[in-house]
Ligand binder design. Structure first.
Ligand code: PMP
Length: 350
């Protein structure tokens, strides 16, 4: 840290993203990316003439992309916000909507805490049940903003739409942010509720189910006033934060929705198979609605399993949080990748 950094930021602990090693090829099951490439339409769209226009700024309103998203989700263009990854959107939500503080589950996306600290938002992490399920009633009348990943990060467990609605309804004076990064792998989206409640923002991403993690494209759907607030914050930081190629990639991805639906179905089928195999090996494994599972074996510590898999060229994610330190989070890859993982796990179990 230099002596110039603002003192209010001195104690900020930055988010630690999952490893993206460049040294050797790994079977990458650590950051919940899609194992499938973007659809052919996306690759075609960004390789055509747009690169020759990179001398010009992108459309700050991302008008064509916003209209395509609005049509896809059955909402108005003024109900859609797009930004550089959904991390960016969550950052704006913590910055703009959490004046009275925020609550989120004790195990969830680690970035929530970082954003809260960054913006000086007081927060409370609410305890979960021993099986990692969330009691929706704990979020009723919270008296501050509520931030929930649904399906939840790290566990993959999902709350029902009626549970989400109960939370939104009981917190009329505060914004409820539902982070649906993983919703396309078996969750129920709260988008329809945004038409009836003025305090609900749903954040989504092209990084997972639409195979575009490297393009950085997130979006939010919500009531027009909340969307206008997000735009205000974006225009006060970086109005061109969606580049030309990403805007085109997003439009083309929406046109190829069949491709992504099939990819999601494959991932869900593989997830089921991997979970059954892990359960048979004596693992505890969450009944995930996401493109990952959280698994733990009484026969090998989470940190050891992570390390030994890495030595075999397979990357999974391990968290030091004491409640899940004995677990590893495994992204669901292709069938071949998961066969390699299961073979390695069998070989490593004592
Ligand atoms: N929310 C959750 C729950 C996530 O796991 C992630 C990915 N790490 C994100 C949001 C951010 O995704 P992105 O910025 O790639 O859209």
């Amino acid at each position: 840290m230099s002596r110039f950094l603002a003192s209010r930021l001195a104690s900020l602990e930055a988010y630690v993203p999952g490893e993206q090693p460049q040294d050797q090829p790994y079977i990458k099951l650590n950051t919940n990316e899609s194992p499938f490439p973007p659809s052919p339409g996306v690759i075609k769209a960004i390789s055509q003439t747009e690169t020759s226009r990179l001398n010009l700024y992108s459309d700050p309103e991302s008008k064509r992309l916003v209209e395509a998203l609005a049509a896809h989700y059955g909402v108005g263009a003024d109900n859609v916000f797009v930004s550089n990854g959904s991390d960016d959107i969550l950052n704006f939500c913590f910055w703009g909507f959490c004046q009275d503080g925020a609550v989120f589950p004790e195990i969830s996306y680690g970035f929530y805490e970082v954003f809260a600290n960054l913006h000086g938002v007081p927060f409370e992490k609410l305890p979960m049940n021993p099986d990692f399920s969330i009691d929706p009633l704990a979020y009723h009348n919270a008296g501050r903003a509520v931030v929930l990943a649904n399906p939840n990060a790290q566990t993959g467990l999902a709350l029902s739409l009626s549970a989400i609605e109960g939370i939104v309804r009981s917190n009329p004076a505060h914004v409820v942010v539902v982070d649906e990064a993983y919703v396309d792998f078996g969750g129920e989206s709260a988008v329809e509720l945004t038409k009836r409640y003025d305090n609900l923002i749903v954040a989504m991403t092209f990084s997972k189910s639409r195979s575009l993690a490297g393009a950085r494209l997130g979006f939010a759907i919500g009531p027009a006033e909340l969307i206008a607030d997000l735009k205000k914050l974006q225009y006060s930081t970086n109005p061109y934060n969606l580049n030309r190629l990403t805007q085109l990639a997003g439009i083309a991805a929406l046109e190829d929705q069949d491709y992504y639906d099939k990819a999601s179905q494959r991932i869900q089928a593989t997830r089921h198979r991997v979970r059954q195999a892990l359960l048979q090996l004596g693992f505890t494994c969450t009944d995930s609605r996401s493109n990952f599972v959280l698994a733990s074996s009484p026969r090998i510590a989470g940190g050891v399993l992570y390390q030994k898999l890495k030595e075999r060229g397979i990357l999974v994610r391990h968290f030091s949080d004491p409640r899940i330190e004995n677990y590893v989070r495994i992204t669901i890859g292709t069938d071949a990748q998961m066969d390699a993982l299961l073979e390695a796990v069998r070989a490593l179990l004592p």
